[in-house]
Write a protein that binds this ligand. Sequence first.
Ligand code: SF4
Ligand code: SF4
Length: 219
Amino acid sequence: MQTQIPVDLLKTAHGQTADKILRSCVHCGFCLSACPTYGLLGDELDSPRGRIYLIKQALEGGEVTANSLTHLDRCLTCRSCETTCPSGVEYAHLLDIGREFIEAKSPRPRLQQFIRWGLRKTLTTPFLFNTLTTLWPWAKHSTVNKPLQTLVRQAKAHTHVKQVLLISGCVQPALAPNINLATIHVLHKLGIGVIETPQVQCCGAVEHHLSGSEDALKK
Ligand code: SF4
Ligand code: SF4
């Protein structure tokens, strides 16, 4: 599609990237059928194409409202739309740029900012998150599958030529510990050993997707 992004913005790296991505979209709408939020809500603005238009409008200097941010917030960043796009539109990358740009133009209410900050800090601090999920009676976390744990213990006794590093993650070990165990088990069956790296806890994704890109880069 054609774009009319202001020259000042086009001089920035984000402006150039967004412009390139926007121009690759031919607004065919193939992506709509792959989008869970569009499937659920049936609103074009909650579809990939609608969000692309919202971001384009914002970058071109159009009106930005709290509503624009709501439609972007509802995106799960599942990237399902990218798999069906015939033009190879890098939607998720554009969304990151768009969210940051729109949030700067239309700041969130202070309470919302505080809640999001709290989520970023809690989810990325395993000790804090584990303690809270233990204390919180409604927290639904799966318990460790003992037979799987035994299989993994046996797998770890083997030495494989091929090895991969596994970052256990921030939230997953507390909420769904069997995912990492199952991963280790499957890799072992494929002849690949796993080196766990407990000292590396955070990849920065939570910070990044909750408008904390600067903190994410420090992770
Ligand atoms: S993102 Fe891809 S599939 Fe969706 S409207 Fe644009 S070109 Fe079509
Ligand atoms: S990344 Fe967002 S827009 Fe794309 S399919 Fe998932 S929810 Fe829909």
